[in-house]
Design a protein around this ligand. Structure first.
Ligand code: SF4
Length: 115
């Protein structure tokens, strides 16, 4: 008998947005976030991104405390247009100790999780 797949439903607590690390960005994701904020792509790249450590692309910039540049208080200001890497956490990737920080609630997966 198959074990039902568990999917985690984000509660938008913002903990993962405060976890230091790189968010790999595609050109399409940069376009979508810039449009969501009403900025040009150039302005978004200048103000909201940084060169990846590998120098092979762009990542979201971080504030001095390591939190994401797009986190305002407890809320992601591009939630509807956020990158795939952010959408995928914690269902397809996780960091060590994630469960102690993340408030996502486990549910049996019968349908794709709501955004
Ligand atoms: S830590 Fe978990 S519940 Fe909180 S915003 Fe990230 S995915 Fe959502």
């Amino acid at each position: 008998m198959d074990t039902p797949e568990i999917r985690y439903q984000c509660q938008r607590c913002g903990a993962c947005c405060r976890w230091p690390g790189e968010v790999v960005l595609s050109d399409a994701e940069i376009r979508a976030m810039a449009a969501h904020l009403g900025q040009s792509e150039h302005a978004f790249i200048q103000t909201r991104t940084a060169l990846r450590r590998t120098r092979s692309g762009l990542t979201l910039a971080q504030k001095a405390d390591g939190s994401c540049t797009l986190l305002d208080g407890g809320d992601c200001i591009v939630h509807e247009a956020k990158p795939a890497q952010c959408r995928a956490f914690p269902n397809t990737w996780r960091f060590p100790g994630w469960r102690q920080l993340c408030e996502a609630t486990p549910e049996r997966a019968t349908e794709p999780p709501a955004e």
